[in-house]
Design a protein around this ligand. Structure first.
Ligand SMILES: Cc1cc2nc3c(=O)[nH]c(=O)nc-3n(C[C@H](O)[C@H](O)[C@H](O)COP(=O)(O)OP(=O)(O)OC[C@H]3O[C@@H](n4cnc5c(N)ncnc54)[C@H](O)[C@@H]3O)c2cc1C
Length: 351
C-alpha cells in the first residue's frame, strides 16, 4: 500500500476537476483498506472515499486522506434453483459486472448497463436507469466503519434506499467504507420494459421474445446516443435529481404548463423531469466560462476547462431560475466534496 502526498485528482474524477488530495491511497483489498483507515486515524486525517469518481464534484482540495477503492473479485456465494447470489468487490467496474452476469445467463442487471463507476458506489445513491434501481437486485453489503475500523453487514432493510438515495447519503454519510456488495440475480429472465424509450427502442421485437441481452444492447445504444462520454466531454451524468412534489402541486403546475413531464413516484408523490424544467427555463445548451449545459441533455453539466467554481456557479443559477419559474428546488445528484456547493466562492465565474 502506497500512501502518496499531494496528489492531483483530475484523472480520478469524470468531471476532470483539478483538486488535490493531501494524502492519497488506492486500496486493493480489505487488509489495505483497514491499514489506510488506521493511518488516517493515527494522523487525525479526514477520510474521503472515491470509487470511479463519476458522481462527485471536487469543489476544492481535499485536506485529509483520499482513499480510492480498488477491491476486486466476484464470488458466487449461493445458488438455489434459478436464484444466484453474487458477492462483488467494491472496486469492480459496474458495467463490467453487468456484462459478466449477462455472459453467464445471470439476469437482473441489464437495464443498468453502462452506468459508469464501481460496484461499491452503486448502493450509495441506489443507482437507477431505464425502469430499474439497484435495490431491486441488492441483498447486502459489507462495510468498515471509518471511525473505528469495525466491520458490519448491512441487509437491504438497513440501507434506507430511496430514489437516488440511501442511508449512506444521509445519516450514514462519510461513516462507512463499502468493501463488497451481494447481488441477487436469476437464471430466469424477467424483462423490465416499463421505461417508454426502452420499449420504443425494442418495438421491432415481439414482447414475448425480448431477452435480457436485447435490453442490455438497447440500453447501451440509448445511453451512447443520449449522454456525452466523460472521456471526451467531462461530466458527472445527471447533475440534478428529478424533484419529487405532491400530486396536488404537480396538478397545479400541469395546468400552467400542459406539456410538463412527470413520472409516478413512491408514496403518491410525482417526479418531475428536471431536464424538462431546465430546458424550459432556457438553459439547455448554454455555454460560458468553460462550463455549460449539454446541448442534447439539459440535465448534464459539462466542464470544458472552466473548473469547479464556474460549474457550481452555473448550477446555482440554474437552480434559482427553476425556482423562479416553477417554484421547485433542484438538488444536486453528485456528491460535492471539498466545499459546500451553495457557499462555494463564485468570483471566478463572475470575472
Ligand atoms: C455519463 C454518466 C452517466 C451516469 N448515469 C447514471 C445513471 O443512469 N444512473 C445513476 O444512478 N447514476 C448515473 N451516473 C452517476 C454514477 O455513475 C453513479 O453514481 C456511480 O454509482 C458512481 O460510481 P463511482 O464509483 O464513480 O463513485 P464516486 O463518484 O467515486 O463516488 C460517489 C459517492 O460514493 C461514495 N463512495 C464511492 N465508493 C464508495 C465505497 N466503496 N464506500 C463508501 N463510499 C463510497 C463517494 O464517497 C461519493 O460520495 C452517471 C455518471 C456519468 C458520468
Amino acid at each position: 500500500m502506497d500512501i502518496q502526498r499531494d496528489v492531483e485528482l483530475r484523472p480520478h474524477n469524470s468531471l476532470a476537476l483539478a483538486a488535490r488530495a493531501a494524502y492519497f491511497v488506492r486500496v486493493e483489498n480489505v487488509v489495505e483498506a483497514r491499514a489506510a483507515l488506521d493511518f488516517a486515524r493515527a494522523h487525525r486525517l479526514a477520510v474521503a472515499v472515491l470509487g470511479g469518481g463519476s458522481n462527485v464534484v471536487l469543489a476544492g482540495d481535499l485536506p485529509g486522506l483520499t482513499l480510492q477503492i480498488g477491491i476486486r473479485g466476484r464470488a458466487l456465494i449461493a445458488e438455489r434453483g434459478d436464484a444466484i447470489h453474487l458477492e462483488v468487490g467494491a472496486g469492480e467496474d459496474w458495467h463490467q459486472t453487468v456484462e459478466y452476469c449477462l455472459a453467464r445467463g445471470w439476469y437482473g442487471l441489464e437495464n443498468l448497463a453502462l452506468i459508469p463507476g464501481t460496484v461499491g458506489a452503486a448502493p450509495i445513491q441506489n443507482i437507477g436507469a431505464y425502469g430499474v434501481e439497484l435495490e431491486s437486485r441488492f441483498v447486502a453489503l459489507e462495510a468498515i466503519a471509518i471511525a473505528t475500523g469495525a466491520t458490519r453487514r448491512f441487509a437491504h432493510a438497513d440501507c434506507g434506499f430511496g430514489y437516488r438515495d440511501s442511508l449512506f447519503k444521509g445519516a450514514g454519510r462519510d461513516a462507512w467504507l463499502i468493501t463488497s456488495v451481494t447481488l441477487a440475480l436469476s437464471r430466469r429472465p424477467a424483462p423490465v420494459l416499463t421505461y417508454p424509450a426502452l420499449r420504443a427502442a425494442l418495438a421491432a421485437v415481439p414482447a414475448a421474445e425480448i431477452t435480457p441481452e436485447h435490453i442490455a444492447a438497447a440500453v447501451v445504444a440509448l445511453r451512447r446516443a443520449r449522454l456525452p462520454d466523460p472521456a471526451r466531454v467531462p461530466n458527472a451524468g445527471s447533475f440534478f435529481k428529478n424533484p419529487v412534489v405532491s400530486a396536488e402541486r404537480a396538478r397545479a403546475l400541469a395546468i400552467r404548463f400542459p406539456d410538463l413531464v412527470t413520472f409516478p413516484a413512491a408514496d403518491g408523490g410525482v417526479k418531475l423531469a428536471a431536464a424538462w424544467l431546465i430546458e424550459r427555463a432556457g438553459w439547455k445548451g448554454v455555454a460560458r466560462a468553460g462550463v455549460g449545459v449539454h446541448d442534447q441533455q439539459a440535465l448534464v453539466l459539462v466542464n470544458r476547462g472552466g473548473g469547479a467554481a464556474a460549474l457550481l456557479a452555473l448550477a446555482r443559477e440554474i437552480r434559482a431560475a427553476v425556482v423562479d419559474q416553477f417554484g421547485v428546488e433542484l438538488e444536486p445528484e453528485p456528491r460535492v466534496l471539498g466545499a459546500d456547493w451553495q457557499a462555494h466562492d463564485d468570483r471566478a465565474a463572475a470575472l
